[in-house]
Every structure is written in C-alpha cells, then in structure tokens.
Design a protein around this ligand. Structure first.
Ligand SMILES: Cc1cc2nc3c(=O)[nH]c(=O)nc-3n(C[C@H](O)[C@H](O)[C@H](O)COP(=O)(O)OP(=O)(O)OC[C@H]3O[C@@H](n4cnc5c(N)ncnc54)[C@H](O)[C@@H]3O)c2cc1C
Ligand code: SF4
Length: 484
C-alpha cells in the first residue's frame, strides 16, 4: 500500500489505487491506470461503497477491534462475538442492495478469520510463530483500512491429480526457494475477486495436501504492487458497453464485480508475512474454516436478489400487470427463495461458536446449505425476472437508437408501457434486469453463485460428512422398535 495514512472514505480509497503501475492486462493490452479504465472503474466503485457505508452506518459496517483498540471497518475485523458474525451477514445484504453486484471485500475478511484460528492451532502443534505474525499483519491492515484479497483457487490443471502430480508444477502456487529472510513463491491464482482493487492479497492452498505437496502448503501476504505479479483481467458479458459512453445500455453503470487471473512470478515474501510454510496437515483445516465462513457470506446474493425482485416488480408495474395474481405469486416466489438463502446463512451465523484462538466461527452445515441454495435459487429468480420482464429484455434497441432523431420518436411511442412517455424508464429497468441475469453482473449473481466458495458438489460432500446418518438411523430404529 502506497499511503501509510488510513483510508477514511470511498473517495480516498479510489485515490489510494492511483499511480501504482500494476501489470494489469485487459483484451491484450496493458492497462495504464485501472482507476480510469471504463470497464474496471465500476468494480472500484463497488469496493468504495464499503468505505462509504462505514461512515454512513458505523454500527453496521464497523466494529471495535481489540487488536488496535478502536473501531475498524468490519471487513477487517476478527470476530469477537456471535453478534460480530451475524453483523457481517447484515452488512453483506445491505451492500448487495446498494450495489447490485459483488463488492469484493468478503474473501479477505473470511480468510483472516479462518487464518486466525488455524494459525493458533498450527502454532500449538509446531511451536511456530504464525499467529503472532498474522495478528501484527492484521493490525497493519486495520490501521491502514486496506483492502485484502483472498487468493485460494489455483488453476489446477488435471483435476484428477494433486499439485505435486501435475505435469506442470506451476499450475499450483508453491515455494521455489527458502532464504534466511523469507521465501520465494511462484505459480498462479485463478478467478481472483477484486485483486486489482486490493492493497494486499493473501495466498492460501486450495485443497487438502499430502506430504509430497509440502512446497504447496504456503500462506503468505503479498502487496498487490509487487512487480512479480501480473493480473490478466477476466471478461464479463457485455463489459465493453462501458466503453461506448452513456449509462442506459450498461444496466448498472456505477457498479460491477471483478475477477482476474494472477500470475505469481518469483515473488519474495519476508517471514513476517508468511503464515504457513510446509505444514501440509493444516491445509485441509484452513480450506474447511475458510469455506465455512465464506459459504454463509453468500447471503450477499440476497441483497442483490432484493434489487432483482424490485426490478421485476417495477417492470410489471410499468407493463400494467402488477395486480395480476400470477405476477404477485411470482414475486412471492422470488422473495421466498431469496429469504430461504438468507435464512440458512443468518442461522449459520447465529449458531457461531468460539474457537480455541478466541474468535467466533459460524455453523458449518448451515453455511453449506446456504451456499448450496445459492447455487440454484438465483437462477430461478433470474428466470422469474425475465418472465415478468417480457421479451424486450433481450430485444431492446440501444440507447443510441432512443437518442436518434429518426428512430427515437418511434421507439418512445411504441415501447411505452402503462403510461405515455415511460419508454425510456422502461428501457432502463429492462437493462438492469438484463445486466443482472445475462450481462456484467450476472457473473456475480449467477456464475459466482454457482462456483464461488466451491462448486455445488463441494457443499454436498460437506453436508454428507456432517449429516450424522448413524444418529438419524438410531432415532428411526428406536421409534420403529428395531433392535439389532
Ligand atoms: C466469479 C467468481 C469469483 C471467484 N472469486 C474467487 C476468489 O476471490 N478467490 C478464490 O480463491 N477463488 C475464487 N473463485 C474460484 C472458485 O472458488 C472456483 O471457481 C471453484 O472452487 C471451482 O473451481 P474451478 O473454477 O477450477 O472449477 P472446477 O474445479 O474445474 O469444477 C468444474 C466441475 O468439475 C467438478 N470437479 C472438479 N474437480 C473434480 C474432481 N477432482 N473430481 C470430480 N469432479 C471434479 C466440479 O464439481 C465442477 O462440477 C471465484 C470463482 C468465480 C466464478
Ligand atoms: S461474492 Fe459475495 S461474499 Fe464473495 S466477495 Fe463478492 S460480495 Fe462478498
């Protein structure tokens, strides 16, 4: 991070990203200044909103940190109570409502909380100094009010093989050299949310590791400005509409999510920023703790769902069908699905328990149920929103046609809904639904819901592990009078 002074607003955050000379590539070209790039800027605005919310509603978006003895942004807070875990979910839903997209800061928040307990347990077993180092790093991030990306997913190559068994060892991130003062790491991390918008990234192993994978058991914090990092920006559907000028066709011109592939080319990390090095048996507990937090963080999608339900209700109103019983029923169905996701997530948080390290972690099974619902329900919400929108959501002419002297008057007359003169308002609402269900923010609302924090099968495996089938069979056998 270039500036040591703490960031206290969204505007200051945006300034903190300027002039960093990051190696960012988009569509085959190096991006000079990501802050001013029209495709990238909406994703920066979404993160900036997390800073502004902290000022507007400190109760919701900040918390008292006993690490540095003052209030900090909740995204940097290590949970000190059940209520802290619950408040994370409430803040995530609110930010989803405000941005209609992924606001990118939760991966770092969940990584910190997972690492807090795992480094404590690791030190207890091995006498290592990771927990104190992590606390010092956390205090630094809290002082600076930094954005920290959580980098877990490796490119992975042949999915049937572990890191050490790949033809190309570079498909997973690993240590290539140990020096007196630190380690050198090499590899890559895929689909990294908000990484270009971060100040730090924390790399972590992505799966259970074996003894032969020792070099891959690395957890380390790297400043995003390290010259050994290259960011290859992910395309999002309809992303170049942001380069056309105007805000109508973008649907949500202010906010978007961000993912990039990070190439890690021999980055030196001093020991003070290394939080695991070679302790392969702690890779699985770290992945488990991280996904336990992160899978209930997906209540973020219920805030986005609130926006989509609002858009569906608005377009039905504009179309003059809001009182039709099937329309009201479809909106009820959307709300039901949305609250079902939230119900499991917030219940997981309410069921939080204290870890040996002293922070609080939510319930594992309920978090997996929350995330598993997220892999399905937003798709049904999107289908219902498109149903209520009508075919125009996919056949609407461009804003330039609305502005044209020739076609504009025709479109305004023919594409009106219930009220004369509402054609452009209707177009805006349709573009928002398009944006969320098949445009830029469908990345965050749909595909991220499917794969982020693990693809659906990963949750089913966890649910199967935790479903205590023998106990359940015991209940049944007792009542049925079956004695074996
Ligand atoms: C929008 C978005 C944002 C993301 N943000 C982040 C982030 O900030 N940080 C981060 O670390 N990660 C992030 N991820 C990565 C996410 O965690 C992964 O996409 C997810 O874990 C799935 O990995 P994959 O994409 O490599 O798919 P794959 O693992 O290739 O999965 C594809 C399919 O193959 C199946 N499969 C995979 N391996 C096996 C196997 N061994 N045996 C049988 N079936 C298998 C899966 O179940 C799935 O059905 C993000 C992903 C997305 C889409
Ligand atoms: S997908 Fe949701 S939980 Fe993950 S970073 Fe984005 S907003 Fe946060």
């Amino acid at each position: 991070m270039t500036s040591p002074s703490p960031i206290t607003s969204g505007a200051q955050y945006i300034e903190s990203l300027r002039g960093r000379d990051l190696r960012v590539f988009f569509m085959g070209e190096r991006v000079k200044e990501p802050v001013d790039h029209p495709v990238i800027r909406p994703s920066i605005n979404a993160v900036a909103r997390t800073y502004d919310l902290a000022n507007e509603d400190p109760e919701l978006a900040t918390a008292h940190s006993s690490l540095i003895g003052r209030r900090v942004n909740r995204f940097l807070h290590v949970t000190e109570s059940v209520d802290d875990v619950v408040m994370q979910n409430r803040m995530q839903r609110r930010l989803g409502q405000l941005t209609g997209t992924c606001f990118q800061r939760c991966v770092g928040m969940d990584a910190f909380n997972a690492l807090f307990s795992v480094t404590f347990d690791l030190d207890a077993r091995h006498g290592t100094p990771y927990h104190q180092r992590l606390k010092a790093f956390l205090a630094l991030c809290q002082e600076q009010n930094a954005v920290v990306g959580g980098a877990m997913t490796d490119p992975k190559g042949d999915r049937s093989k572990g890191p050490g068994a790949q033809d190309d060892p570079g498909l997973f991130t690993r240590v290539v050299e140990r020096r007196r003062d630190g380690v050198v790491i090499r590899g890559a991390k895929a689909h990294q949310t908000g990484c270009v918008n971060s100040h730090w990234i924390v790399v972590m192993p992505t799966m259970r590791l074996r003894e032969a994978d020792r070099e891959y058991a690395i957890v380390a914090a790297i400043p995003v400005t390290d010259p050994g990092l290259t960011f290859i920006y992910g395309r999002q559907s309809c992303d170049t509409r942001a380069m056309e000028g105007g805000d109508v066709d973008q649907g949500n011109a202010t906010y978007s999510g961000q993912e990039a592939l990070i190439v890690i080319d021999d980055v030196f990390v001093p020991w003070e920023h290394v939080f695991m090095d070679g302790e392969v048996e702690f890779a699985a507990p770290l992945v488990d703790a991280f996904t336990t937090y992160h899978r209930r963080s997906y209540v973020c999608k219920t805030g986005v769902g609130d926006v989509l339900i609002g858009a569906a209700a608005s377009i039905a109103e504009m179309n003059g069908v809001s009182r039709a019983s099937h329309v009201r029923d479809k909106l009820v169905e959307m709300a039901h699905l949305n609250e079902t996701i939230y119900g499991a997530g917030i219940a997981a948080s309410h069921e939080s328990k204290k870890t040996r390290a002293g922070n609080f972690i939510n319930d594992d099974v309920l978090a997996n149920v929350c995330k598993h619902n997220v892999t399905r329900f937003p798709f049904e919400l999107a289908r219902l929103a498109q149903d209520l929108a009508g075919g125009l959501v996919a056949t609407l002419p461009s804003a330039k046609d609305f502005a044209s002297e020739v076609t504009g008057p025709v479109l305004k007359r023919l594409l009106r809904g219930r009220s004369p003169g509402d054609a452009l308002a209707r177009a805006r609402m349709l573009r928002l639904i398009e944006n969320m269900t098949m445009g830029r923010n469908a990345v965050g609302y749909l595909t991220e819901s499917l794969h982020g924090a693990g693809s659906p099968q990963a949750q089913r495996i966890q649910i199967e592990r935790a479903m205590r089938l023998e106990e359940k069979k015991g209940f049944a056998k007792t009542l049925a009078g079956v004695n074996e």
